[in-house]
Design a protein around this ligand. Structure first.
Ligand code: GDP
Length: 314
């Protein structure tokens, strides 16, 4: 069981996932959260990471620090996605093992499964085929992180586990249109289209790809659940097990925001994977289920955006 009196390091606590983990841990009564901003500790620098672990000696690590972004960011910054993620995860996992961390949770991503994997995608389809080219750099790095956790468990007996979340969204997401994922990007576009009394809203791609969306507070809950109950080599999927088309998502968000105009599809933009749906049988068998449905989660995230949009535009 996760000892809530012990020191718990949340790497990447200012991000979407990290901030949700902090909220969930605080709610659970964690007494010693160890947090460092990027300016305080650059996780890409091995010597700095080793020094931090030697000084602070955390007992648990939740590794939510990563370079992330939507389909356009992945396409235009392959080197950064590969390099930053490899460096961050290698430094943190190795330093955690060397400094006697009791348990570490690494976060993978549903995009590491092959492009033509049977849907819904089970944990077994990992490395069974070619990756989706629009995010292969990120995927390669995340696969290396997952394998590193497995290798350290096998060779050194280090209790490192991997959770594989589906597409996430929620408060604190990145709403910057050039590198955001689709859900926050569409929230912003709808607010701006409504404000400008625009006739139409531009949605990238054909609108037919299907995606599964999980509220980040559900993911944070799942992470704590796994820290308490899971200690195996295999990664474990975390999602709803149901999906929606991008066109349907755009309509849902437009209705929530109150944008009544048309949806226009920009087919010069890539669709990416046709479908990305997780098989969540393993997580369900462990006794965990998400709670925040998409309509409820989208409404709450729109509300959050409404309250923070002035700051976000600066
Ligand atoms: P993916 O899940 O890795 O493909 O990443 P995204 O969340 O960036 O994109 C999911 C799907 O939504 C893709 O088919 C995109 O083309 C589509 N999409 C539609 N409009 C947008 C938008 O404004 N921003 C982004 N990032 N994706 C969009």
């Amino acid at each position: 069981m996760l000892d809530l009196d012990a020191s718990i390091y949340v790497a990447g606590h200012t991000g979407l996932v990290g901030s949700a983990l902090v909220r969930r841990l605080q709610q659970a009564g964690a007494r010693q959260l160890l947090l460092r901003t990027r300016a305080e500790l650059d996780l890409r620098r091995q010597a700095d990471v080793e020094h931090f672990f030697q000084q602070q000696r955390p007992q648990y690590v939740l590794l939510a620090a990563a370079k992330v972004g939507g389909i356009e960011a992945n396409r235009t910054r392959p080197a950064q996605f590969l390099r930053d993620n490899l460096q961050i995860q290698t430094n943190v996992i190795d330093a955690a093992y060397r400094c006697g961390v009791r348990k570490l949770l690494f976060l993978g991503s549903s995009c590491i499964y092959p492009r033509n994997a049977p849907q819904p995608m089970s944990e077994e389809c990992l490395l069974s085929g070619a990756l989706e080219p629009t995010n292969e750099w990120y995927a390669i790095a995340k696969i290396a992180g997952l394998k590193m956790c497995q290798a350290y468990r096998r060779e050194f007996g280090f209790d490192a586990i991997t959770a594989m979340p589906t597409n996430l969204y929620g408060p604190g997401d990145n709403f910057n249109l050039t590198d955001a994922h689709v859900l926050p990007a569409l929230i912003r576009k709808c607010f701006e289209a409504k404000l400008a009394h625009a006739e139409a809203l531009l949605v990238w791609g054909s609108g037919t790809p299907r995606r599964e969306f999980l509220h980040v507070d559900d993911l944070a809950d799942a992470c704590l659940y796994l820290m308490n109950r899971y200690s195996e080599e295999a990664a474990i999927n975390v999602g709803w097990g149901t999906d929606i088309s991008i066109a349907e998502l755009a309509r849902l968000i437009a209705d929530e925001v109150g944008f009544a105009g048309a949806l226009q599809f920009d087919r010069t933009r890539p669709d990416g994977m046709a479908r990305k749906l997780l098989d969540v049988a393993r997580m369900t068998a462990l006794g965990w289920r998400p709670r925040i449905g998409l309509a409820e989660g989208v409404a709450a995230t729109c509300e959050w955006y409404r309250a923070h949009q002035v700051q976000l535009r600066r």
